[in-house]
Design a protein around this ligand. Structure first.
Ligand code: AMP
Length: 303
């Protein structure tokens, strides 16, 4: 099975206390698609401007990612710039330039419409709705989001939750969306808005998975001593998780399969943060993933 990934494709400028890098390949869909492609073929839908470097396209092409849904529009690519402070847990957005993204209306190519697993990576909820309107009965739909949409498009986001099987968001966003300070209450409340499963990410502390009938799983994060750039960790986690699900057979996505998917997403995210942009992921082998998975299972006493 394959996975459809729709989201932002960006040129990022990133500053950390140690280094500053510009014009990096970024965006929720770039990270998501790249991570998913380690476990299943990917259909990518997004938009870039005609300034988008060929090398970035070549990098995406080097993976089993079908780029026929990538639109190249007249104008500049979406740009995002962010700065990290201290222990890298605090980030400030320095600037955002929507550019060609402003007029983006995702069109899903005909042959992508039956894709069974759909990752609605972080973009405006209106656009996420538009994608679902065009899909033919996907088996499992995962939506990611961010604080901006909770602030400016909360109603559309809540409507979206009734249409997806799984929501992924971070702890701050879960609190912001539900008004609950306790994360367990927040996770359970989010399920009442529609999704069968909710994953609440807690950065370097891992993530919490909520399922039907009070099912609950707390996954630690892989212990890393050095982090160079946390950008895209959430998108990589979601992509790895979606790709793992697409690589599984079986009619229903069970809680147990999702626990495994979370483990795979976490391992991919742990590689992402070891370097800027997709630098570490592009050098990643299946053996690297397998050995870190084994290590992670052993360290976290995961069966
Ligand atoms: P994360 O570190 O998981 O929050 O994701 C960072 C990525 O999100 C960067 O590569 C940005 O290009 C992208 N991004 C930032 N703001 C937005 C936005 N408003 N819509 C879509 N993508 C965004």
């Amino acid at each position: 099975m394959s996975v459809l990934v729709v989201g932002s494709i960006a040129l990022d400028d990133v500053k950390t206390p140690q280094a500053e890098e510009k014009n990096l390949l970024g965006g929720s869909a770039s990270y998501g698609a790249f991570a998913a492609s380690f476990f299943s073929p990917v259909n990518l839908v997004g938009i870039v401007g005609n300034d988008f470097p060929k090398a970035h396209v070549e990098l995406l092409k080097s993976r089993p990612i079908d780029l026929s849904g990538l639109k190249v529009a007249d104008g500049e690519t979406f740009r995002w710039s962010g700065e990290y402070f201290g222990d890298l847990n605090t980030r400030e957005t320095r600037s955002v330039a929507l550019n060609v993204f402003e007029s983006f209306r995702p069109t899903i190519p005909e042959n992508f419409r039956p894709t069974p697993i759909v990752l609605l990576a972080n973009i405006a909820p209106d656009l996420q709705h538009l994608v679902l309107d065009q899909m033919r009965q996907p088996r499992f739909v995962i939506a990611d989001t961010m604080d901006l949409w909770i602030e400016i498009a909360k109603d559309r986001l809540l409507e979206l939750l009734a249409r997806v099987h799984m929501l992924i968001l971070n702890d701050g966003e879960a609190r912001q969306l539900t008004g609950e300070t306790n994360l367990i209450r927040a996770g359970r409340k989010l399920r009442e808005y529609g999704p069968r499963f909710v994953a609440v990410k807690k950065g370097e502390h891992g993530c919490l998975l909520f399922g039907e009938g009070g099912q609950f799983f707390a996954c630690p994060a892989y212990p890393l001593e050095e982090i160079r750039d946390p950008t895209g960790a959430g998108d990589t986690f979601a992509g790895g998780l979606a790709g793992f699900l697409a690589g599984q057979s079986g009619a229903e996505v069970s809680f147990d399969t999702l626990r495994q998917a979370i483990l795979h997403g976490s391992v991919l995210a742990s590689f992402d943060v070891e370097d800027f942009s997709l630098e570490r992921l592009k050098a990643l082998s299946k053996d690297d993933i397998a050995s870190r998975l084994e290590d992670f299972r052993r360290l976290s006493a995961f069966d």
